[in-house]
Ligand binder design. Structure first.
Ligand code: ZN
Ligand code: ZN
Length: 243
């Protein structure tokens, strides 16, 4: 009996890269031997590698990639493919999120590929397998986001400048003050949240103090607890809701 390794399911990151290609080449047949599909397969392979996915030798081969592209077509209203609605739920979700926003998807995919190329994620803390879902932009950009907002030197400077201005630290959304509630143990305790989507950050651009807001652990958790992540306005609006 031949032992087969089951390949892991496609990730959001890989599907985003595939969808971007699909939208650019909508009328193509997506032949698995075509240059475009072969190049796309190589790019998706890099993403899978950066994510640490492992499987058999056939992990993301051209035939599988071609099939994914055709699955996207089954969601495409421009094509008559009634009855061809196979494929998984995530494909449909990704289609609904990005099919009408190709320019935005382009930026997201460029950042994902750039992240793989730079191997930034190797130094970045791996996103904990907790109950926080990855961003709409995928797992690699979620890691990059956390990497940026946990950068010790910038968070230290952010807190110092905040104290300089307000005399103490408090959550910029709910005004929670760790020292007031927990005493000495709460001194200096506050999380930083990066307000810019990773795909909006230009190449080589570093985090500035203005990109960061101070949030208590609860508020920060709520921002990241579902897709899409909340903006500061959305977080503040939720806090204002009468109970
Ligand atoms: Zn708060
Ligand atoms: Zn954050």
């Amino acid at each position: 009996m031949v032992e087969t390794t089951r390949n892991p399911n496609w990730t959001r990151d890989e599907l985003l890269v595939a969808l971007d290609y699909y939208l650019e080449n909508r009328d193509d047949y997506f032949s698995p031997t075509g240059k475009g599909v072969l190049e796309l397969t190589a790019r998706i392979g890099l993403v899978a590698k950066a994510l640490g996915l492992t499987g058999s030798d056939t992990l993301r081969n051209a035939a599988g990639v071609s099939m994914k592209l055709l699955n996207f077509r089954s969601h495409d209203p421009e094509f008559e493919t009634a009855g061809l609605t196979r494929g998984n739920k995530l494909e449909k979700v990704v289609w609904q999120e990005y099919a009408d926003r190709p320019a935005e998807l382009r930026k997201v995919v460029a950042t994902i590929l750039n992240t793989c190329a730079n191997c930034v994620t190797e130094d970045a803390p791996v996103l904990q397998d907790d109950d926080e879902p990855e961003a709409q932009e995928g797992r690699l950009l979620s890691r990059l986001h956390r990497y940026r907002e946990r950068d010790r030197s910038i968070t230290k400077r952010k807190k110092a400048s905040f104290i300089n201005k307000h005399g103490r630290l408090f959550c910029e959304a709910c005004y929670f003050d760790f020292t007031k509630v927990y005493g000495e143990r709460g001194d200096g305790f506050m999380e930083c949240h990066h307000t810019k989507p990773v795909s909006e950050i230009e190449k080589g651009q570093t985090t500035t103090l203005a990109d960061l807001v101070l949030l208590c652990a609860n508020c920060h958790r709520m921002v990241h607890s579902a897709r899409p992540w909340w903006s500061m306005d959305q977080l503040r609006a939720a806090l204002k809701k009468p109970t």
